[in-house]
Ligand binder design. Structure first.
Ligand code: NAD
Length: 266
């Protein structure tokens, strides 16, 4: 797989949740560059419009829908509307997510724990179910956005780790359940991706916890984190999008129930 690999996505449609966010946007550009029509869902309508504007020159159709993935009804309605608008969906990138609070386990706030689970677990379930019902007639591929935090729980991220372990579990079960419909289901687990919103947020919030694992200066935390990556750099948004493209592509036609780590070797 290389940064310039092209896949045959012409005539195909990808639906991306969290489509207004950084990874959603990078993935939309990656698929549009390979000829796919794009459907973007997000709770943030202003940013959705901006991302759609940025895709205007790509030549691919782009559709946007406001959708809160924590509402099963909204997800169902938006999937139906997306099929009506595009004719058929082929790929679903189940990507919307929230990092949650950074706090030690003995201080972790209940409300935020619930919010992380609502978005990252219940929301992912709603989208997975709607994707399964939508794709089961024609087959297709689903990529669930997990995280390296779902493979090895990081300090001070109790809710996030719980939610991403759940995403990997749902991926393994859904891959088995949906194989008879020729729907492949895989997970993708990035780690330190940046620069960007989540990178800045996590270095600042980890610095503020006062744990033994990180310095209290976010700039030092940045270096501590990068030093934990064998490739000694952050992953780029495009490198995450490349992973999604590979997992959706026909090159991955015998890969299902797999978790692709995009971590620089962590
Ligand atoms: P981001 O904050 O830029 O994007 C997340 C998007 O999800 C936002 O646009 C947000 O509005 C949307 N969203 C949140 N709650 C929603 C809801 N209830 N309904 C619909 N949309 C909602 O962050 P990102 O870095 O693009 O993250 C995308 C995914 O990648 C997340 O699942 C995140 O956990 C995962 N991830 C990110 C990194 C990273 O370093 N950036 C690493 C590992 C995993």
């Amino acid at each position: 797989m290389s940064a310039t690999a092209t896949y045959a996505f012409q005539g195909k449609t990808i639906l991306i949740t969290g489509g207004a966010g950084e990874i959603g946007k990078a993935t939309a550009h990656r698929f549009a560059a390979n000829g796919a029509a794009i459907v973007l869902l997000d709770i943030n309508e202003t940013k959705l419009t901006e991302v759609a504007q940025g895709l205007k020159d790509c030549g691919s159709p782009v559709h946007t829908f406001r959708c809160d993935v924590t509402s099963a009804d909204e997800v169902k309605q938006v999937f139906a509307a997306a099929v009506e608008r595009t004719g058929q969906l082929h790929y679903v990138f189940n990507n919307a997510g929230y990092q949650g609070a950074f706090a030690k386990t003995d201080e972790y706030p209940e409300q935020d724990f619930q919010k992380v689970i609502d978005i990252n677990v219940v929301g992912v379930f709603h989208v997975l179910k709607a994707a399964a019902q939508t794709l089961r007639d024609g087959g297709g591929a689903i990529v669930n956005m997990a995280s390296h935090a779902g493979v090895d729980g990081p300090p001070n991220m109790l809710a996030y780790a719980a939610s991403k372990f759940a995403v990997i579990g749902m991926t393994q079960t859904a891959a088995k359940d949906l194989a008879p419909y020729s729907i492949r289901v895989n997970a993708l687990s990035p780690s330190l991706i940046g620069p960007g919103f989540m990178w800045t947020r996590q270095t600042e919030l980890q610095a503020g916890v006062g744990s033994q694992y990180f310095d209290s200066d976010p700039k030092v935390v940045e270096q501590q984190m990068i030093n934990s990556v064998p490739l000694r750099r952050l992953g780029k948004l495009e490198e995450v999008a490349n992973g999604v493209a590979f997992l959706m592509s026909d090159e991955a036609s015998y890969i299902t129930g797999f978790n692709l780590d995009v971590t620089g070797g962590q």
